[in-house]
Design a protein around this ligand. Sequence first.
Ligand code: 5CU
Length: 396
Amino acid sequence: MASSRSLLVDCHTHIYPPSYMDLMRKRTEIPRVHTAPDGQEKVILLKEEAHGDGSNSQGRPVGPQYWDRAEKIKFMDTHGIDVSIVSLANPWLDFLTPDEAVKAARDLNLDIQQYCSTYPSEASTSSSQFSPQTSNRLFAFGSLPLVPGVETSKVLEAIEQIKSLSHVRGVVMGTRGVGKGLDDEAMEPIWKALADSGLVVFVHPHYGVEGAFGEQDNGHVLALALGFPFETTIAIARLILYGVLDRYPTLRLLLAHSAGALPALSSRLSSCVVHDPTVKDRLQHDFRYYLGQMWYDAVTYGPEELALTERVVSRADKYEGKDEHLAYVDRGVFPGVDRIMFGTDHPFFPPLDGEGTRWKSVDENLDAIAGVAGWSGTERSKVMGRNAVELFGIEL
Ligand code: 5CU
């Protein structure tokens, strides 16, 4: 169906399927879901959410927006989102034993395939005014049993399962790999299988970074705004420094929150690499080259921050030996734009006052795309949806 409106694809949107909620409800330690005295179910994911008065009213409200497909579609319709690529939210399967994680991944992958492939059904009526540009509105990232002690063969089996599921186009993973990070030798066969599979690997934080200091209670602002993106920054810097992208150049990594501070620090990283005897001869390219080999969500909440990601990724061409790179901005060409994709982070960051139907967190990310200096309508429509259609092979 032709439309003058840009197609909008959300590549960063989460769910907790009912079977995952049951796993979390059984737990007494963080991460867990509990019922507060007022009857509201709450999820506690981070230790920062559990301090304070020590009462059992702590945590964030968790409700059908986390598992009910009708709620996801309602949110999509409200914000004009044509397609969502849903992923299990943190902390994935990290708290399970290897056997539990293998079973949970298998079941969750079937659940998420069903969630996507059976929409729209005859029962899915909507009173929405929104006319999506496609009826194929839901795709997914699958889950892998990435926990310490898991047999590699079980992870490879999960990758094979995911490849067989029509609506699952990638995998979501945290930054710990099978326990020791993304620069762990034990991850090598997994990176190889993922690179060979063509699946998109969505790398997302959960743990933050050690060494926080200071006295004041800031809710979980610092954990989410700084800890999360720095965790991604460090994990991906380590992955690059370990040569993963040299060995597996076809690996398709999509980085949450526009890779955190990695774009802003990539030249400093490059300089530190060439001045360090341990690392200076390790990589095949300048550190900055690798930023042009990955993909980024556009969850930055500001046009200047989004422009920074784009300019740094555009510049990566320079390290592929393309001398004309400096002329890009003058010529109004932004090659980095092809690697950036809209995301919402739903159902996280709902409006606190519950008022209004549109979410500020979503509108800020849409405004950021609309506000990047120099981008034409073509660039904006790539970031809003066209890049995702291409990367995930979405059939419209
Ligand atoms: O910012 C985010 O992506 C998130 C997320 O995914 N999970 C969470 O607990 N808070 C924020």
